[in-house]
Design a protein around this ligand. Structure first.
Ligand SMILES: [Zn+2]
Ligand SMILES: [Zn+2]
Length: 343
C-alpha cells in the first residue's frame, strides 16, 4: 500500500510502499477514506524538539481518519466489515487503574495512533476495535476524518459549563475554532474569540463568534473587561498553549469563574497562583476525548445538524501531495484550516 512515512530523524517524510497491516486479535483493518493533518503531524514532519524526543522513525504517522472496515480480527465482537468508522486515537491498555475506572483516555500505559504505533497516512490502517467509532455513513469522509480533533473541542466545552455564560476562547488552531462552534451549540451567551494569525482570524469570522480579537494588536483583557462591565468572562477556554494567552485568561476570567486548559505549552509557564487563589478560579485541564461520552456527544451534535464543520476544512489533497500540504501549515506562515488528504 501507499503510505507516508517519517523515514528518518530529519525534517520531512517519504511516500513509500508498505505492507498492508493485519487485523489480528481485537484489531480491525480499515481502508482509509480520508485523513486529516493534526498539529502533532506538523511537529513530526518538521522534526521539532518534541518530535525528536517522542518519535522513533521509521514509522507511518497520521492519526485522524475516517475509514471503511474491510476485515476484522478473530476477537472483534461489535464492528463488522462494511462499517463506516472514525477513530479514537488513544489506545488504552484495559488493565490500569484509569482504564478500569472509566478514564481510558488518560490510561497510564496509553499509546497514541500514529505517534507510538503506525498511523493512518496510508491506504490502510489497523486499529483496536475499542477505538472504532461507528459513524453516519451519509456524512462525507472529509467531515468524518476530523471528528477526533472536533471531539477535543467537545470534551473541553462540555467540561466547562458554558450554557448562558460569557465565554472567551483563546487560540485559532483548528481545535480553538471547533470550540467556537461547540460553545455556540452548547448555548454560550456570548463568545469572545482570540487569535493571532491572519489566515485563521479570517476563518474565525466565518464561525460568527460575538467578538474577535487579534492578540498581536489588541489588549484583549482590556477589551473583554470593557465589554463585560469590568467583570470579565465566566469561562475561558485556553486552546493555544501560549503563555501570554494563559496570562490573559487568568486576568480576564471573573472571580469564581472557570479556566479550562487544553492547549499544551511547549515549555514551563510561570503563573501567579495567588491571583488564581484570590479570584477562586476553577482550573480544569483536558486531554483527548472522554471514552466514550465525548463520542456520543460528537455523534449527537453531527446528527442533530447543530454543527457544521465544513468551513474549517479548507483544503483537500492526495496523500502524495503531503509536502505541499505541510507547506501551507508552516508554523511561521499558516495558510490553511484543516487539510484533508485522500490516499
Ligand atoms: Zn491530533
Ligand atoms: Zn490503561
Amino acid at each position: 500500500m501507499k503510505a507516508f512515512q517519517k523515514h528518518d530523524r530529519v525534517r520531512g517524510g517519504k511516500l513509500i510502499d508498505a505492507p498492508i497491516p493485519k487485523a489480528d486479535g481485537d484489531y480491525v483493518l480499515c481502508k482509509v477514506l480520508a485523513t486529516s493533518i493534526c498539529g502533532t503531524d506538523v511537529h513530526i514532519y518538521n522534526w521539532d524538539a518534541w518530535a525528536q524526543k517522542r518519535i522513533k522513525p521509521p514509522m507511518i504517522f497520521g492519526h485522524e481518519f475516517s475509514g471503511e472496515v474491510i476485515e476484522v480480527g478473530p476477537n472483534v465482537k461489535n464492528i463488522k466489515v462494511g462499517d463506516r468508522v472514525s477513530a479514537e486515537t488513544h489506545i488504552p491498555c484495559h488493565n490500569c487503574k484509569q482504564c478500569k475506572n472509566g478514564k481510558m483516555h488518560i490510561c497510564k500505559n496509553l499509546k497514541i495512533l500514529g505517534v507510538d504505533t503506525n498511523g493512518c497516512f496510508a491506504e490502510y490502517v489497523a486499529v483496536p476495535e475499542i477505538c472504532c467509532i461507528k459513524t453516519d455513513a451519509k456524512l462525507p469522509p472529509e467531515i468524518l476524518s476530523v471528528l477526533e480533533p472536533f471531539g477535543n473541542a467537545v470534551h473541553t466545552v462540555s467540561r466547562s459549563n458554558v450554557k448562558d455564560k460569557d465565554v472567551a476562547i483563546m487560540g485559532d488552531g483548528p481545535i480553538g475554532l471547533f470550540a467556537v462552534i461547540v460553545a455556540k451549540a452548547f448555548g454560550a451567551r456570548r463568545i469572545f474569540a482570540v487569535g493571532a494569525q491572519d489566515y485563521r482570524l479570517k476563518l474565525m469570522k466565518k464561525l460568527n463568534p460575538d467578538y474577535i480579537f487579534d492578540a498581536r494588536k489588541e489588549d484583549v483583557t482590556k477589551e473583554i473587561m470593557a465589554l463585560t462591565n469590568g467583570d470579565g468572562v465566566d469561562v475561558t477556554l485556553e486552546m493555544s498553549g501560549s503563555s501570554a494567552a494563559i496570562y490573559t485568561g487568568i486576568k480576564s476570567t471573573t472571580p469564581g469563574g472557570t479556566l479550562t486548559l487544553f492547549g499544551i505549552p511547549s515549555k514551563p509557564v510561570e503563573i501567579d497562583l495567588a491571583e488564581l487563589i484570590f479570584k477562586e478560579i476553577q482550573i480544569t485541564s483536558i486531554v483527548g476525548r472522554h471514552m466514550f461520552d465525548t463520542w456520543i456527544q460528537v455523534n449527537e451534535l453531527l446528527n442533530s445538524g447543530k454543527v457544521d464543520l465544513s468551513p474549517l476544512i479548507t483544503h483537500t489533497f492526495p496523500l502524495a501531495k503531503m509536502d505541499d500540504a505541510m507547506e501551507l501549515l508552516r508554523p511561521d506562515n499558516i495558510q490553511a484550516g484543516k487539510i484533508v488528504l485522500k490516499p
